[in-house]
Design a protein around this ligand. Structure first.
Ligand SMILES: *[C@@H]1O[C@H](CO)[C@@H](O)[C@H](O)[C@H]1NC(C)=O
Ligand SMILES: *[C@@H]1O[C@H](CO)[C@@H](O)[C@H](O)[C@H]1NC(C)=O
Length: 159
């Protein structure tokens, strides 16, 4: 009996101290990934953290997304070895801090669009209530889901 309430308390603590909610950023917001949009301006003032996701939304077949390095970004040249993302709803999870560069390598979209996005990814934040980000939706992070699953498993076994 006592152990059950301890576990319930544990579950509550796990929920409260779960890592912060990660944000999903739809690149270009409702315009999506397209020509004639200023992606640098879009990225200005946004804070990207490890664990957040970028969503590139575009009509299938019209564009693509290639992760490049700084030089390639300046030159709008995708390395031949890179595999472009082509689904039209490409999800990129930000896994490491630092500068990240993305371009569309279809035709001259990178130069003329200019379909190029450079962002700076900050380390993951651990705090119970992250500052709200404009234009960002919040999802539940994998670690907190796992924690919840583990706790409920323990509750099941004990009761
Ligand atoms: C993606 O773009 C389409 C059409 O441009 C729009 O209807 C849809 O809501 C967008 N999806 C997201 C996640 O923004
Ligand atoms: C970017 O990648 C190219 C190969 O595509 C390489 O030659 C170049 O040195 C790299 N630049 C940087 C800054 O890493």
């Amino acid at each position: 009996m006592a152990s059950k309430s301890v576990l319930i308390a544990l579950a509550m603590v796990a929920t409260i101290f779960a890592p912060t909610m990660a944000a999903d950023f739809v690149v270009g917001d409702d315009k999506g990934w397209t020509l004639n949009f200023d992606y640098q301006k879009w990225a200005e003032g946004k804070e990207f953290h490890v664990g957040d996701k970028l969503v590139f939304n575009y009509t299938l077949g019209k564009h693509n997304v290639v992760k490049v390095n700084g030089t390639e970004f300046q030159q709008c040249s995708a390395p031949l070895t890179s595999l472009p993302l082509i689904s039209g709803n490409d999800l990129i999870q930000l896994k490491t801090p630092g500068k990240k560069w993305y371009i569309c390598s279809v035709g001259s979209h990178c130069e003329s669009g200019p379909m190029k996005l450079a962002i700076n990814v900050l380390p993951e934040v651990y705090s119970p209530s992250p500052a709200p980000q404009p234009g960002a939706a919040y999802g539940i992070t994998a670690p907190s889901l796992m924690m919840a699953a583990l706790v409920s498993l323990v509750v099941l076994i004990v009761t």
